[in-house]
Design a protein. Structure first.
Lengths: 273, 266
């Protein structure tokens, strides 16, 4: 070809090229493989509790038209919204303070680690025994599930702020308050946003687990009910809807992260020096 | 004028021993002088600069600027950092305006002056870019603009061109000289490059390490202005002679230091 030598003319990237470069086709491909394997497996060896892929999809749509599901979603998400809201409102300041004052961290580190590794399911009976089956115990569990991620990441964020920037601010006469507002908080923001996103994932898990294990209401209650009645397609359909909600929430969090901290991406994409 | 007398500063090292970072440092920096400080790494030159900046305390001695003893950072001084110390989340404009904002300059004035300085350092058109989108040399131009924006009497520079490549370094040296020649400004410039110390300075303060002391102050008699052709300055006989002399002294220091260490182990 004649273009082998010399500089290549600037060219718009072709449609195929752009499709191959984006993540979408790979995601679709994995999903198709997954769906086919599921369908084949369920048809060959499936029993009462393993519906086919097609049945599950049909059941999902059926559920979406069912007011009972929407009510369950509403009830479950109450606990999620309040519990996760508390996790953010409490977790971010706690994490920031721990990051700035290492002495406090020495006291708290062991408890944070305990929170990180404790199988939360184990504390649910205790929780229910002390505060009952109501909204409170569900809210508390969602908070406990998600707050660690928020605290740990906020702490890391503050600790990761370049000490050179603090020195710079001080050299221009910045007060301690100005250093907080102008350097520490913006510097920690990318990690805080990551903590919020990861915490959100754990909050959704917490929301479902507490309903499944102890407080049989809302979405968890639906799952248990369908399981009890051997209505496998509806059971899986409910899970699909929960998954879809979680994915949606995490995408929203990721979008906020990008909007609020665009520099964090410019930096990671490029060598810092 | 900066008068430093009997300055001592020691640190406790990791092994518990005391390190004399600065030991009886006496130095006078004249009004509008360009003073360069040269020495091996660990000789306390950055400690000296930070003490003048008011960022760290010291054990004994005095630093007095125009009759006022230094007690902390002040509006008469500003600093340029080796690693640029730019806020990655802020635009070039906001980074340049940062010092003025900390010192309570109003928004309109801040913005106007920031734009003027961005132009001075040759970054017009980059006002809305973030540091991550700039090269190292451009980032340090932002750092210099930020420091000049607060109209300091003394500009403190801590190996400002140590992290940029050779060609960029040359250009920045020329531009810095051009800026300094055009205004009333005292500069204290830390470097580990003999060439840079001689090209830029009116005098070169040569420091020795452990303890950090002033070994010698070498005057640099080459004519000003030098900014129009820094290359010609670098070929002049005086330049060659002074750098050769500084190299001899640095090598002697290195050997003394090695002998001392050998004596300890023998």
């Amino acid at each position: 070809m004649s273009t082998l030598a010399g500089p290549l003319p600037p060219r718009r990237r072709g449609l195929l090229r752009r499709i191959a470069d984006s993540d979408r086709p790979y995601q679709i491909l994995t999903f198709v493989v997954f769906a086919v394997v599921w369908e084949v497996y369920a048809r060959q060896w499936g029993g009462l509790l393993i519906p086919t892929f097609g049945e599950t999809v049909a059941a999902t749509f059926e559920l979406l038209g069912d007011p009972e599901l929407w009510h369950a979603l509403y009830v479950s998400n109450q606990a999620l919204a309040i519990g996760f809201g508390i996790a953010v409102v409490v977790g971010v300041p706690v994490g920031i303070v721990l990051g700035r004052f290492p002495t406090l961290e020495r006291f708290s580190d062991v408890y944070l680690n305990i929170l990180l590794v404790t199988p939360m399911a184990a504390i649910i009976p205790l929780l229910v025994m002390s505060v009952g089956f109501g909204l409170t115990s569900r809210v508390i569990l969602v908070t406990v599930f998600s707050i660690v991620m928020v605290i740990v990441n906020s702490r890391t964020g503050v600790r990761g702020v370049d000490p050179g920037l603090i020195e710079m601010a001080r050299s221009f006469g910045a007060s301690e308050r100005q250093i907080w507002r102008e350097i520490l908080l913006p510097g920690a923001l990318p990690a805080i946003m990551t903590g919020i996103r990861l915490g959100l994932g754990r909050a959704v898990t917490g929301m479902v687990i507490v309903e499944l294990l102890m407080v049989s209401v809302a979405l968890g209650g639906l799952i248990l009910e369908y399981r009890g009645l051997f209505m496998a397609p509806l059971l899986y359909g409910t899970i699909v809807i929960i998954l879809a909600e979680a994915l949606l929430l995490i995408s929203v969090a990721r979008w906020c992260e990008r909007k609020l901290t665009p520099w964090a991406r410019t930096n990671s994409a490029k060598d810092p020096r | 004028m900066i008068e430093i007398s009997g300055l001592h500063k020691s640190f406790v090292g990791q092994d518990g021993s005391t390190v004399n970072a600065l030991d009886d440092v006496n130095l006078t920096v004249n009004e509008n002088e360009f003073l360069t400080v040269l020495g091996p790494s660990g000789c306390g030159k950055t400690t000296l600069l930070k003490a003048i900046a008011g960022l760290i305390g010291w054990d004994s001695g005095d630093i007095v600027i125009d009759g006022q003893p230094v007690r902390g950072p002040g509006p008469d001084r500003s600093m340029v950092f080796q690693n640029f110390a730019l806020m990655p989340w802020a635009t070039v404009l906001d980074n340049v305006a940062f010092g003025m904002r900390m010192r309570g300059v109003g928004k309109a004035e801040r913005e106007e002056r920031a734009r003027t300085l961005i132009k001075t350092v040759g970054l017009s058109g980059f006002e809305t870019k973030r540091p991550g989108e700039l090269s190292g040399g451009m980032q340090q131009r932002v750092g210099i603009a930020r420091a000049l924006a607060v109209r300091p009497k003394v500009l403190l520079m801590d190996e400002p061109f140590g992290a940029v490549d050779e060609q960029t370094r040359r250009l920045l040296q020329e531009e810095l000289l051009g800026i300094w020649e055009g205004q009333q400004l005292t500069v204290v410039f830390i470097t580990h490059s003999m060439e840079e110390a001689v090209l830029l300075g009116d005098r070169v303060v040569l420091m020795s390490a452990r303890p950090g002391r002033i070994a010698e102050i070498v005057p640099v008699p080459m004519a000003r202005p030098r900014s129009h052709d820094i290359g010609a300055v670098g070929r002049s006989p005086e330049y060659v002679q002074i750098t050769a002399y500084l190299w001899d002294r640095l090598r002697d220091m290195h050997e003394e230091h090695r002998d001392v260490r050998a004596g300890v182990t023998a």
